[in-house]
Design a protein around this ligand. Structure first.
Ligand code: SF4
Ligand code: SF4
Ligand code: FES
Length: 261
């Protein structure tokens, strides 16, 4: 039985210390078998097996998209996908991480667009318009984004809809790696979000106001005071600062001390 196998000698890596009596499970990393404690994420299991990450690992919190991973279970034909830092390793998982995927990344200058945004999308990413609607990208996305739908919105010219729908993308590239139409969905979506932010979304008046205040030197005196303080006093100030409550209604909360706003 696989569970009875002894733990192989470890070479290097940031090894997690398993709790006493942890059940050991067999997994396969790049085709080689390892026995690791259950409950570890794929990322920690890979490290436990002796590997050290130099690429393919960033935030460890499901945000950076550096750890896209494909896996299959022995005896199951389905190819599955996830983020290595978020997916728990399970027995008989055959794992391969895909830390980078070569996508279509045309250069563009948002300040010098040659035509309307939808036409620019067509010029830069013509492949978007060849989507066959297979849904593979949506099934592959570890962020549960309806990728096929945002591609459909792009085709229709609804760039606002596509920008909003793709907002949670972590740029892992897994969708693009499986697209039969060779679409780089995530880089096209990044272009659309940039266009949306620059040309479609109304400008945030409060940001402009604050930028103008910063430029006018309004905060220079306060910053000078902070710079002249002892490190311990700065730490105390930070720890004792008045904080916005977690569930404060947007735009309703104000600190009691407003002299530096
Ligand atoms: S849309 Fe594509 S690149 Fe973005 S998170 Fe989903 S699979 Fe990854
Ligand atoms: S995988 Fe490619 S072709 Fe299939 S729905 Fe997604 S974008 Fe369209
Ligand atoms: S390491 Fe950043 S998403 Fe996994």
């Amino acid at each position: 039985m696989a569970e009875e196998k002894k733990l192989k000698t470890l070479a290097t890596g940031d090894k997690t210390i398993p709790p006493e009596g942890a059940k050991m499970i067999p997994i396969y990393i790049m085709g080689r078998e390892y026995v690791v404690p259950e409950t570890l994420t794929i990322m920690k299991a890979v490290e436990y097996a002796g590997y050290s990450y130099v690429r393919g690992c960033g935030c460890r919190g499901g945000i950076c998209g550096a750890c896209g991973t494909f896996y299959r279970f022995i005896g199951d034909y389905r190819l599955r996908s996830g983020l290595a830092c978020q997916t728990v390793a399970e027995p008989n998982m055959i794992i391969m991480q895909l830390p980078f995927f070569p996508a279509n990344r045309p250069g563009y200058d948002l300040e010098k667009m040659q035509s309307a945004p939808h036409e620019e999308l067509r010029r830069l990413y013509p492949e978007v318009f060849k989507c066959v609607g297979c849904g593979t990208c949506t099934r592959t996305c570890p962020m549960d984004i309806d990728v096929m739908d945002y591609i459909a919105l792009m085709k229709r010219g609804d760039l606002k809809g596509a920008a909003i729908k793709s907002f949670d993308c972590v740029m892992c590239g897994l969708c693009a790696s499986r697209c039969p139409a060779q679409i780089s969905q995530f880089t096209a979506a990044m272009f659309v979000r940039r266009v949306y932010g620059k040309y479609i979304l109304p400008k945030a008046a409060h940001v402009k106001k604050r930028v103008d205040e910063v430029r006018s030197g309004k905060y220079e005196k306060m910053l000078d005071e902070l710079m002249s303080m002892k490190q311990e006093d700065v730490k105390k100030l930070y720890v004792e600062r008045e904080r916005e409550p977690d569930l404060a209604e947007a735009g309703k909360w104000m600190p009691k001390d407003t002299k530096n706003l």
